[in-house]
Design a protein around this ligand. Structure first.
Ligand code: AMP
Ligand code: GLY
Length: 429
């Protein structure tokens, strides 16, 4: 069958790499893609928010499945648009209504409350109860977590260390509309201390399969210091994700979530990214996303042995429960090379040198994230996060070391990467 994948990051390169391996896949198109995805299929210059052109392309090219990488088209309703059109295929993603699990923090908190899913205690405020919000903050224990309700390009969450800072952020978001409409409502919640982990599920809104998990390293600096980024690296499997903890995650979080979707008739045919935190052995939900994670996908796809297109087909024909999920043996790590200055301002169009992987590089893969080909044919930087180097090893440490060895051979002006991905587990393995 023919498949169209939407997006242009490292996540999409990893998805394209996996989809292309499926014997179900005849032709893979990626819109708009990047030079990495061009090695897995055909890049097509479509705007991922231009639903009409995507529909027309899908009809013209006999596309059976549209896989949506990023959240924005989902939150804006691409599922509903394509599903209700004359195109006859299948969209991997939730409906617009269900995508609010990611698109609105208040929606997802209420959903979790309705279904008794463990999460941080919270309250929500708008300009209409702004004064109540100020009082709530003043009485809140420290630190205080403030979240813009809507999508804010990963910048909408602030963990305030003092009441003064929290009040300032609250005013900035609601009164000064720091994130426009996205911050006209603000969720204020309890801080949960613990280690974060991302768990990935594919669901048709009734049945589900867990396709992997990963620990992401979000801060720019080593030792988890400095500003938040989209993610600087990942490891899988995570040592504390043993059978007992996974059982707890499944029983208290995944099943109630999928049952909640079903009971509320929320149409969902896609990935759920559970952003969890392990608080002294108990999992809590920090957030839902309605897509795969980036750079989590860059380790989850290489570890997943099961055919991903077979999984999509099983979602469509109601046999998802029968699929056998298998993982590759070994440990996987990805280390992200970013532009100098990221996550602040940075320059683009730096020529990237990627030598052919040397002997002994094992099964390493260089996933492209923010790259493009310039007019002279060079691969150049085109974003903050540029490349994700994924390796497999017998231990997490071996996998991380392998990625770092490969990164030593790659260069572009201003390139930076964290050398401590997986650091808290290196003593355990
Ligand atoms: P989110 O956009 O909801 O994923 O939040 C961004 C980051 O803020 C998360 O990955 C966590 O590191 C942190 N965070 C969010 N909510 C909480 C919370 N209630 N307690 C502790 N950390 C949090
Ligand atoms: N790596 C975190 C995310 O994709 O949201």
């Amino acid at each position: 069958m023919n498949i169209l994948l939407l997006g242009n990051g490292g996540r999409e390169h990893a998805l394209a790499w996996k989809i292309k391996q499926s014997y179900h896949c005849d032709n893979l198109f990626i819109a708009p893609g990047n030079p990495g995805t061009a090695e897995c299929g055909t890049n097509v210059m479509l705007d991922i928010l231009d639903f009409e052109s995507i529909k027309q392309f899908s009809i013209d090219n006999k596309i059976s499945i549209v896989v949506v990488g990023p959240e924005e088209p989902l939150v804006k309703g691409i599922y509903d648009y394509l599903t209700n059109s004359e195109w006859n295929g299948f969209v991997v993603g939730p409906s617009k209504e269900a995508a609010q699990l990611e698109g609105s923090k208040a929606f997802s908190k209420k959903f979790m409350q309705r279904h008794q899913i463990p999460t941080a205690a919270y309250a929500e405020f708008t300009k209409d109860n702004f004064e109540d919000g100020k009082q709530y903050i003043q009485q809140h224990s420290l630190p205080i977590v403030l979240k813009a309700d809507g999508l804010a390009a990963g910048k909408g969450v602030v963990i305030a260390a003092t009441h003064e800072e929290a009040l300032q952020v609250f005013e900035e978001m609601i009164i000064n509309k720091q994130f426009g409409d996205a911050s006209s409502k603000v969720v204020i919640e309890q801080f949960l201390p613990g280690i974060e982990v991302s768990v990935f599920v594919l669901t048709n809104g009734k049945d589900y399969q867990i396709i992997g998990h990963a620990k992401d390293y979000k801060r720019i600096g080593e030792g988890d210091t400095g500003l938040n980024t989209g993610g600087m690296g990942c490891v899988t499997p995570v040592p504390f994700m043993n059978d007992a903890f996974m059982h707890e995650v499944e029983e208290t979080i995944i099943k109630p979530t999928v049952n909640g979707l079903y009971k509320e008739e929320l149409i969902y045919n896609g990935f759920i990214f559970f952003g969890l935190i392990n608080v002294e052995g108990k999992p809590f939900v920090i957030e839902y996303n309605c897509r795969m994670g980036d750079p989590e996908t860059e380790v989850v796809m290489p570890r997943l042995y099961t055919d991903i297109v077979g999984l999509f087909a099983a979602m469509d024909n109601g046999t998802l429960e029968d699929v056998n999920i298998a993982y590759n043996d070994g440990c996987f790590a990805t280390v992200m090379a970013v532009s100098g200055g990221y996550p602040g301002s940075y320059e683009k169009n730096k020529v990237i040198t990627i030598p052919p992987l040397s002997e002994g590089s094992g099964e390493a893969i260089v996933f492209h994230a923010g790259t493009k080909q310039d007019e002279a044919g060079n691969i150049v930087t085109n974003g903050g996060r540029v490349l994700a180097v994924t390796s497999q090893g017998n231990t997490l440490t071996a996998a991380v070391n392998q990625s770092k060895k490969i990164l030593e051979q790659i260069s572009f002006e201003g390139m930076y990467y964290r050398r401590d991905i997986g650091y808290e587990f290196s003593k355990l393995i």
